[in-house]
Design a protein around this ligand. Structure first.
Ligand code: GN1
Ligand code: MG
Length: 361
């Protein structure tokens, strides 16, 4: 750690360093200095993000853009986006022993949630995801690097899944017949969103691609959302996946890795609250096809995420960090249960979207 701290101006005032957060990919630490300053220090997982410099360039551009937007609206930009702390050499990252590290200013008086504790919070989360989309609507999309190719390309994720079922070095597949069948039964819907993108029926937008609940910062005093964090996967993509990923985590009655499937349900009223917040911000921006496929976005990203967990389980758990051997299988099962829940409520959810749009127009 000393080698990292030598590259930061606060480096010789460190009081404590502790692991922080619940991310599955990067390593995150909370750093506190003797002056009571706090920083979030992260080691970028370069097996996942092969070009960390490009990740940091994207984040630099996007956070600058958001701050300028907010400034132009006459509002305080200080908490509107993550703030990268530069190194002494004015770089957005520090390289130590082939690892890339980066540092953000810690946001005081804010927190994230693993599960929605008060329903009205999810309306605020919807607003935040919508505002993020709005703020980046004019961003020159060509400037963004593709930090992970085919990240939300569901047909490619399906193909990788099918290949992984053959690999299965530890023979873990024996007990997963039902899960594998669950995915295959849905092979015809994998390409619904990518086809619309290919045909230009829906636009490529600047999207976040990881809008799960714990990536939204909430003010502890006002309960208002502050900003969206974890910008590593900001790339061109479909807004349907951003909408969907937020629903996948926030509208579920259980955590992502709940082993007791009877507890994993879709809370339709939470879906409605999020959708209202989100659409209040974005309904003028989205085209009809996008509005008609928001629910499909929730189903597909949940299915995709389940496939990714199961793929990793078959391949020996090399991608997502796990706390016990079957963790990825448990995660996958919870996702598939949620897919069923979305399917069961599909027409109800579609009506909710329709009604919100009617109210707003
Ligand atoms: C990963 O890093 P983290 O935990 O915010 C993953 C997402 C998954 C999510 C599932 C770069 O996000 O795509 O949806 O886990 N990020 C990457 O919890 O793969
Ligand atoms: Mg995260």
């Amino acid at each position: 750690m000393q080698k990292i701290f030598r590259q930061y101006s606060f480096g010789n005032e460190i009081k404590s360093i502790n692991p922080f957060g619940h991310g599955h990919i990067n390593k995150t630490y909370l750093v506190v200095t003797g002056h009571g300053e706090r920083f979030i220090l992260q080691r970028i997982n370069h097996d996942v993000f092969k070009k960390p410099k490009e990740v940091m360039r994207n984040i630099e551009l996007v956070t600058k853009h958001i701050r300028n937007q907010v400034k132009n609206e006459g509002k305080d930009p200080s908490r509107a986006a993550l703030e990268i702390i530069p190194t002494i050499n004015k770089k957005t990252y520090a390289i130590v022993d082939d690892y890339y590290w980066r540092c953000y200013r810690y946001v005081f008086g804010a927190r994230t949630y693993e599960i929605i504790e008060k329903p009205e919070l999810f309306y605020e989360v919807g607003k935040a995801v919508g505002v993020f989309q709005k703020q980046l609507n004019e961003f020159p999309i060509g400037k963004l690097h593709i930090t992970i190719p085919d990240f939300h390309n569901t047909p490619v994720r399906f193909k990788n899944f099918v290949e992984a079922t053959y690999i299965d070095p530890d023979n873990v597949g024996l007990n997963t017949f039902n899960e594998v069948k669950f995915v295959f039964d849905r092979k015809n819907i994998m390409n619904v969103i990518t086809d619309m993108l290919d045909k230009n029926e829906i636009p490529e937008r600047v999207t976040h691609n990881d809008t799960k609940l714990n990536n939204i910062m909430i003010d502890e005093n006002t309960n208002k959302a502050i900003c969206v964090i974890d910008l590593d996967t900001v790339m061109p993509g479909s807004v349907l996946y951003d909408f969907g990923d937020a629903i996948r985590v926030g509208a579920s009655t259980a955590v992502e890795d709940e082993p007791d499937l009877s507890r994993v349900q879709l809370d339709v009223s939470l879906f409605e609250l999020f959708s209202r917040g989100f659409l209040e911000e974005t309904h003028r921006l989205l085209n009809q096809k996008e509005i008609d496929h928001l629910v499909e976005g929730a189903r597909l990203i949940t299915l995709e995420c389940g496939m990714r967990f199961l793929t990793d389980y078959f391949k020996g758990n090399t991608y997502f960090s796990i706390s016990y051997p079957k963790h990825n299988l448990v995660r996958a099962r919870a996702q598939f249960k949620l897919v069923e829940e979305i399917e069961k409520n599909y027409s109800k959810l579609q009506n909710i979207i329709k009604n919100i749009i009617n109210d707003l127009e």
